[in-house]
Design a protein around this ligand. Structure first.
Ligand code: MV4
Length: 590
């Protein structure tokens, strides 16, 4: 096994990789940019090296610098995580040809083949795997594209050869659109991937996105760890992923899993990878291979109990996979919620700022992969994901119930997050029924519902996004021995839920909306509608703070109404038996 690994990444995935190292007895080396001096992955590592300024192109993408650090630190392997250099075949090749350092990933030539989409399609088609109808050769002529449109029927997709993640993909709905779409797909391919070569596929209107996790060793063993359903995407960004998919039955699961195994075996692939498929009307079609560990690998780990990152190291070190395909059992249901510092009510715009409160949930069925802590500054230099909440249960329904609990207890203040969006999804009929396709969010996301969700479940104060910032203070009060948290906003008392330090995650539970009686300095007002049971003071009385001025029955409880501060009673506009409304004055003080 390796002795010291350099992790060429940041954030939660860098920590996830170091966790595996730690358990394998491997020392860890972090690299970081100027923006990440105090980052979680730096703190976690045994040693750390600054590799340059904040822009990724000058730090996390600086191949020569990273290799140089690996040599200086005496690392014998490099793990790239996801993003940055993870799918860069040139970088992988560079590591492969560096003496004494092993690339913890697939062979660079397999990465190169599968990274070029028409080559990947050819390999899959030749090994008998269904691919989306289309070309296995690049096309560059509009007339040729129109002929393909006639052959497959519109709509068709023109995709960049180097593409992925929706970049460089153009949907063509009629012959008349071909010319422009071809040009712009070529232009985008050149701009994003330095490759203007494009190919054509039949476009499926509303497929499910199903991907199969595979792991292969250097002895010819390939296993699949079941599928993930990543259909819930917003503008090609995954937001919630789960395993297994409710769209597959046992037979289709075996079929798609075997297809994925066969495909990567044919490609001479080793290490962890993901084979992406589109699923429509019970038919699956190969789309592309991701030659890296993915963000959502966690849900496969949860349902199979197999530590994929640990196996990445073991197979990279030449070990044989220690389990047969039949040993892989899907025992649970798991859902991953990406926690991004974004404002769902402002088109999911990133909201950098300070995490003034960060209290993630815990207990049974909950896993947190993150690299942030309360007080951290969330910068704007990298992607906005601050962590992942992964929830497991016996089945999907159980997992959804747990998810509600876990998200309700995820307290974040200071920045907006995607938590309100997730809570909205847990109340969404189509998502809860598992009927959503890749088209669902982009078609159905309701701005008003998002705004209401952020109002209800978002931070009390946050930077960016909506521009509203108010001063608040929290106090704890006891009313008849029952504890209430009260948020004082701009001098106006507002209550939160029963939990005194409830944060944003408060709400729900019996009595959560009960409003205790809290008096302001010079007037005691009713904080809820109810009946006066007794009056304890009359004009001229001296009262101290916390003295009871009257008893109000509301919500089947007797509530002592107390003065917030001392003074002389000026007037008592109520008597026993009166019915009062919220906001009515009960007692005034001088
Ligand atoms: C498609 C498709 C339908 N038909 N290809 C989007 C990202 C890129 N990796 C491929 N994508 C798609 N390719 C054909 N022939 C629909 C999508 C697609 C999609 C795929 C997966 C998850 C979400 C998606 C959202 C919109 C479109």
């Amino acid at each position: 096994m390796f002795e010291k690994v350099l992790v060429a990444n940041r954030g939660e995935i860098a920590v996830r990789v170091m966790v595996a190292c730690e358990e394998l007895g491997i020392e860890t080396v972090a690299v970081y940019s100027d923006a990440d001096r105090d980052a979680g992955h730096v703190e976690y590592a045994d040693e750390a090296y600054n590799i340059g300024p904040a822009p990724a192109s000058e730090s996390y993408l600086d191949q020569a610098e990273i290799v140089d650090v690996a040599e200086r630190a005496g690392a014998d392997a490099i793990h790239p995580g996801y993003g940055f250099l993870a799918e860069n075949a040139e970088f992988a090749c560079r590591i492969e040809s560096t003496d004494g350092i092993t690339w913890v990933g697939p062979p660079s030539d397999a990465m190169e083949t599968l990274g070029e989409k028409t080559k990947a399609r050819t390999v899959m088609q030749e090994s008998g795997i269904p691919v989306v109808p289309g070309t296995t050769e690049p096309v560059d002529d509009a007339e040729e594209v129109r002929e393909l449109g006639d052959e497959f029927g519109y709509p068709i997709a023109i995709k960049a050869e180097g593409g992925g993640g929706g970049r460089g993909m153009k949907i063509v709905r009629s012959e008349a659109e071909v010319e422009d779409a071809l040009e712009s797909a070529q232009r985008e391919g050149e701009a994003y991937f330095g490759n203007d070569s494009v190919y054509v596929e039949k476009y499926l209107e509303a497929p499910k996105h199903i991907e199969v996790q595979v792991i292969a060793d250097q002895h010819g063993n390939v296993r699949h760890l079941g599928e993930r359903d990543c259909s819930l995407q917003r503008r090609h960004q995954k937001v919630i992923e789960e395993a297994p998919s409710s769209a597959l039955d046992a037979e289709l699961r075996t079929e798609i899993g075997e297809a994925a195994r066969q495909g990567v075996r044919e490609a001479g692939y080793t290490n962890a990878g993901t084979v992406e498929f589109l699923l429509e009307d019970g038919e699956f079609y190969f789309m592309e291979v991701n030659t890296r560990i993915q963000v959502e690998h966690t849900v496969s780990e949860e349902v199979t109990g197999i530590d994929i990152v640990r196996w990445q190291f073991r197979v990279a070190a030449g070990e044989e996979l220690g389990f047969a395909q039949d040993d892989v059992k899907i025992n649970e249901h798991a859902i991953e919620y990406r926690i991004n510092a974004e404002n769902p009510a402002a088109d999911f715009a990133p909201t950098p700022g300070q995490l003034t409160t960060y209290r993630p949930p815990a207990s049974i069925g909950v896993r947190l992969d993150h690299a942030v802590a309360q007080g951290d500054e969330i910068g704007g230099d990298y992607d906005s994901m601050i962590g992942k909440l992964i929830v497991s249960g016996d089945d999907r329904e159980h997992c959804l119930e747990r998810s509600k609990r876990a998200l309700e207890h995820f307290a974040v203040e200071g920045v907006h997050t995607t938590i309100p969006f997730h809570r909205l999804m847990l109340a969404d009929e189509i998502f809860v029924a598992g009927e959503h396709t890749t088209k669902y969010l982009d078609r159905e996301l309701d701005d008003d519902a998002l705004e209401a969700a952020v109002d209800r479940w978002g931070p009390a104060e946050a930077t960016g996004g909506d521009g509203t910032q108010s001063e608040t203070a929290e106090v704890t009060v006891e009313v008849n021995g029952r504890r209430f948290g009260v948020v004082i906003e701009d001098g106006v008392p507002q209550t939160t839920a029963g939990n005194a330090d409830g944060g944003t995650a408060s709400g729900g539970g019996p009595g959560a909306d009960a409003t205790p009686e809290v008096a302001t300095a010079d007037a005691v007002t009713a904080e809820m509608q109810g009946t006066i049971l007794s009056v304890a003071v009359e004009p001229g009385d001296e009262v101290a703070d916390d003295d009871v001025v009257c008893v109000l029955e509301a919500m089947k409880m007797e509530n002592d109404v107390v003065a917030a501060s001392g003074g002389t009673v000026e007037s008592v506009p109520i008597t026993e038996g009166d019915s009062v409304d919220m906001g009515d004055t009960l007692v005034t003080l001088e």
